[in-house]
Structures are given as structure tokens and as C-alpha cells.
Design a binder for this molecule. Sequence first.
Ligand code: GLU
Length: 475
Amino acid sequence: MTVKTRFAPSPTGYLHVGGARTALYSWLYAKNQGGEFVLRIEDTDLERSTQEAVDAILEGMSWMGMEWDEGPYYQTKRFERYNELVDQLLAQGKAYKCYASKELLDEVRAEQEANKEMPRYDANHPKIKAANEAAKDGDACVIRFNNPKDGTVVFDDQIRGRIEISNDQLDDLIIRRTDGSPTYNFCVVVDDWDMGITHVVRGEDHINNTPRQINIYQALGAPVPVFAHCAMILGDDGAKLSKRHGAVSVMQYRDEGYLPNALNNYLVRLGWSHGDQEIFSEQEMIDLFSLNAISKSASAFNTDKLLWLNNHYIKNSDPAYVAKYLQWHLDQRALKTDNGPAITDVISLVGERCNTLVELADQIAYFYQDFSEFEAGAAKKHLRGVAKQPLELALQKVEQLEDWTTESIKQNVIAAVCEELEIGMGKVGMPLRVAVTGGGQSPSVDAVMELVGKERVIARIKMAIGFIVEREANA
Ligand code: GLU
């Protein structure tokens, strides 16, 4: 049997991290089993579903690299199929028409509450019975599923273990509304059956629906899939993760400079483990993933850990991979990189210092853009009178240097100036750094100079000397 899993979001908002993690688990399980992964858009709630949300979900899935083998299917395109099966259950007596008005149901409910009974739909209540008997064909009605009255529903949740619910806890749920539209619990079952889903991985907010859905599978004569209900994600304060905790939309993580493989690695570990391993390549995640190693308890989101992982991936990924995702941030800044060093070389040099691609994008402009001012603090400290002579000598040596490599810059410019003027490394390195980058912080200045390029380095040292001269004149 081929394993087939699915992710079935309702398009009422963006793809949030909770949904993304569920999707990831579902996707990983399919890959682990050599199976298939289906994407289904559950858009039957016409009022709350939007095309914008559909687009946001597809964009989020693609950004995370979760490709689907089938779909996206849309429930709104399948109404005919659902209704065909509602009619079939009706004909078989496994579902029935209910004419009780909302007012009547409210009245019965109030009565049950007053009698301290569990409020529920009761087809045998005398008032509901009377309403149904008095109804004429063509009166407005809903279709209710005739839930078994005896026995229990049992299933082995892959995460939570055995779950058993007595049928007397479940009432006859509506499967088709007065307006003719089928309801969520029914559509999900029909879809999972028609699409051949063998394993349903979803959030634990659906755990109460599962026994009802199992009864519907059985009424339809459909095989019941395996279920795995994932616990919630909490914010670092222990409350359910929400907008209040900052980023919750997957695309916001892109905006904040995370790499998708860092977010995936973070999300997979948030509620699943393999020993105490923290770093998982995509292939390792696929190879090692299993449903029963998913945690039963809720997990707390920890942004510091995500940042740590992001730094790890910026530092250790192929620079071409980082470049692909950095590009979006460069575009936001309208920073063009065709008139400077290869972006992959810049990433190799600067990346390890950055926790996010936003930081990286912020720190590399000087490789590609000239600046007209030095950072005030850095200039004040390092572009002083004493720096003039070392910079002038460095300029001379740069102009004469033919072998423009980091090693040669280190030896023949920086070390040579130190030696000739009998001064320490910092007295040359820091003014040069400010001259070449505009600020006081950068990777090793010789390596930076190599990438910035000889011509730009010359112009910038001249600009720094000019700055010092002017400053001295005004002192
Ligand atoms: N559409 C449901 C939701 O977004 C998921 C249903 C399911 O996974 O069975 O919550």
C-alpha cells in the first residue's frame, strides 16, 4: 500500500507556523515512506475563504520547499461528489432530513441545560419528533448523519495512543446545510477517501472530530485512515502562539531574513526529536522522521534557537543557496550586485557574522555601492590625524600592488606599513577598515579589500585622507 498524506488548510489567512509544521510532518512522513503528498484547499466556508489566502498558502508551501505530488484540490469544485454521497446515505437510511428550526433547537437546548443534561441534538425529543412529523416535502431542512447509538469508536492515534469515545457522546451531526452545502466533517471524509489518503496528520484541534469522521467512513464503507494529531505550538510565554508573539506567518520569516532550511529544521525539532540531534539536512529529516517520535505535549517557540539555526545555515550552506534567498532582500533595498564581487564570495566572507539575511543584506552594501560619508562614530575614533600617515603609505603600497589577493594585501600592505612606521596592526587596520567599508565593523580587512577591489579601495583611502585633512583644518 502506498502511503499518502495530505495537508488540508482552510484558506482563511496566511500559512502560519503551526500549519507549516503540520504540513512539514505530513510531507516528511510521505517522503519517509516513499509515498505521496496531497495539497487540498478546504474552501467550503465561502465567507471566510479568500483567493489571497490561497495564494499566500501556496507561496508559503513553495518557499518552504514542500512540493505536493497532487493538487491543489479545491473542495468547492467537489460539491457534486459530496452531494451524491449525502444522497446515497439518505437513501440507505444512514442519514435523514431534519426540519427542526433553529428556534426549536435553542428551546430544546435551554430545556436540557435547565435539567442539567448535556446539551445535544436529540432526534427523539418529543418536540423535535413532532416538528419532523409535521413537515412537508419541500420544507427547509438539513441532512443529519445517523450516528450509531451504541458502542464506542476506538482509534490508535500515532502520537497520542489509543483513544476511545462512546457513541452516546456524539450526536447526529449536520452533513448538509439548509442551503444545500455539505459540511466540513463530511467533506473531509469524502476527500480523504477519494484521494486515497492513508495517514491523516493534523492539529489536535481536530481530535474531537475524528470519532465522528470515523463513523462516517464506516457508513460509507470506506477504509479508515491512520490518524496522528499534533500538539499545539505555544509562544515562549506559554500562551497559544499568536500574532502577539511576533512573526507567525511563514512569509514573515522570509521577510525577517530566515532561510527556509533553517525554519524547516527548527520546525521539525519543535515537537519531534531524534536523540539529541539538532541539525538535520533535508535528507536526514526524511530518512529519520517517524510519526511516533512526535511529542504529545505542546512545544514552546524559541526565537533564539531559530536564530542560532539560521546562523548555522547561513554559515554552512552552499553560498549559492544563501544567495538565492538573499536576493529577495537585496531587491527590497534595490541593491544591484553586478558591479562588484561575486555575491557568493561576499556571503562566504560576511555570512558567518550574521544571524539573518536582513543583517547580511545590511552589511554588504559597501561591496557594491560607494558612499559619500563615513559612519560618524567610527570616523571620529579612527580617522584622526595620527591615521593620515599610515593611510598615505597604505595607499602607495596598494597602488603598487600587483598581486591583488588577501594574503598579499596582508603582507605587502598592512604588515609592511606596520613595519615601516613601527606601529601596531590596529593603527593601520582600523583606519583602513573605516576607509574601505565606511564603518568600524567588518570581517578581516585584507579579505574585505580583496573583494571590494583595487580601484574602489584606492578611491576610498583617498576619500579618508581627504576627510582627515579637512578635519585637521577645522580643528
Ligand atoms: N481544514 C482544516 C483546517 O485548516 C484541516 C482539516 C484536516 O486536516 O482534516 O483546520
